[in-house]
Design a protein around this ligand. Structure first.
Ligand code: FAD
Length: 363
């Protein structure tokens, strides 16, 4: 059975159990004062409460696949979320609602839903990390987002010390964001997903996926086909964790796709006039979402572009920054990210924002 924890510790960090590099897919991050493992929702609450009584700061960490932790580490207690399990909490003829403990490895859950004939998560195959972290940034890929299937989130509310539930409508889900991201308030204990009983996927919305499946956008395909093709596409981009492939020693996309208003988009078109129409999609309201990967590439940062200490843009995907030598510092990764952000701004006057949560470091 797989574990939600990140890659096995590298030689460099194996000796020190408080080194946070052991617990992140970037293999970066200094030591914490204390690292505690919580194997159930009750233990998560208990560890957080105990830390509070000690007046300790608390960092909740699960798969470590969406965090960049500074070289100084974390001055407090890290609670590692390792709770497991899922159960059906509601069902009818057409749908089933599963409650999933926060520490359940995300891709195990997706595989289980596909095998059970439950439709709604199949395009999110191969994303690393835990089920409990998916509401934090409204995890999404290949035209699907967890906001479409989450009905509610069971939480420990650090503001008043109670366990309760946040309904989906109150989660503030948006593109790679929610009320939980960068919040000190809530600890996610479990998540409810309502899935359709169907051997077929939802309508395929992502053109690249439709092409690879040999169908039209809007068609449905067998769940197992959707999962298999998504996994294949992701692996080709270094977006499935692989201990043997340093192109995957990343946090996935380092920058979100910029969301511009109409005026901002027209300015970008002018700046990019010599490059043709920038790839773009309709965003929420009257906004336009543009491809961060395209901006980065056209600003002169190609796949494989190196930074200090052996960090580099992935050889397979322009949006992934990797600690490919396995020995770099967080400062080196941040230096590369700054170069890219500033280079894109100088060329296109568009600001890039980091997708992962930055802890004890800043861009
Ligand atoms: C190769 C690769 C590919 C990726 N592809 C995608 C992708 O396609 N789409 C996408 O959206 N993301 C992607 N990611 C990012 C990442 O996998 C997801 O954001 C994932 O949900 C993070 O889960 P985690 O358990 O690793 O979270 P962590 O990195 O452990 O934590 C991330 C943040 O959530 C908080 N957190 C975690 N668990 C809890 C909890 N139980 N309660 C409260 N706060 C919590 C942490 O404090 C931190 O702020 C990718 C990452 C990698 C390495």
């Amino acid at each position: 059975m797989s574990d939600v924890s990140a890659q096995p510790a590298t030689e460099t960090h194996a000796a020190d159990p408080t080194s946070l590099a052991r617990y992140t897919t970037l293999r970066l991050g200094g030591a914490a004062e204390r690292v505690e493992t919580a194997s159930s929702a009750e233990e998560i609450v208990q560890k957080v409460q105990e830390a509070r009584l000690r007046d300790d700061q608390v960092l909740i960490l699960a798969g470590g696949s969406n965090v960049v932790i500074g070289d100084a580490g974390f001055p407090g207690t890290v609670v590692l979320v390792r709770s497991r399990g899922l159960r059906v909490v509601a069902e009818d003829a057409d749908t089933v609602t599963v409650r999933v403990e926060a520490g359940e490895p995300w891709d195990d859950l997706v595989a289980a839903t596909v095998a059970s004939g439950w439709s709604g998560l199949e395009c999110l195959s191969g994303i690393p990390g835990s089920a409990g972290a998916t509401p934090i940034q409204n995890v999404g890929a290949y035209g699907q987002e967890v906001a479409e299937t989450i009905t509610g989130v069971q939480v420990y509310d650090r503001a008043d010390g109670t366990v309760g539930r946040v309904e989906a409508a109150d989660c503030g889900f948006a593109y790679r964001s929610s009320i939980f991201k960068y919040s000190e308030r809530w600890v996610v204990l479990s998540v409810d997903f309502r899935l359709a009983r169907s051997p077929l996927s939802g309508p395929v919305r992502y053109a690249e996926l439709a092409r690879a499946l040999g169908v039209e956008v809007g068609d449905r395909v067998p769940l197992a086909d959707a999962r298999a093709i998504v996994l294949r596409l992701r692996a080709g981009k270094g977006m499935v964790l692989d201990v043997g492939d340093p192109d995957t020693w990343s946090v996935g996309s380092f920058f979100t796709n910029p969301v511009l208003d109409r005026e901002g988009y027209e300015l970008l078109r002018e700046r990019a006039a010599d490059l043709g129409e920038p790839p773009h999609w309709p965003g929420a309201g009257d906004t336009v979402k543009v491809s961060a990967a395209w901006l980065i590439d056209r600003a002169g940062f190609a796949k494989g572009h190196p930074g200090p200490e052996g960090v580099a843009i992935s050889g397979k995907h322009t949006l992934a920054l990797t600690n490919r030598a396995g020995t770099a510092s967080t400062a080196a990764l941040i230096a590369l990210a700054r170069d890219i952000r500033d280079g894109v701004h100088a060329r296109f006057a568009v600001s890039l924002h980091p997708e992962p949560v930055l802890i004890n470091c800043a861009l």
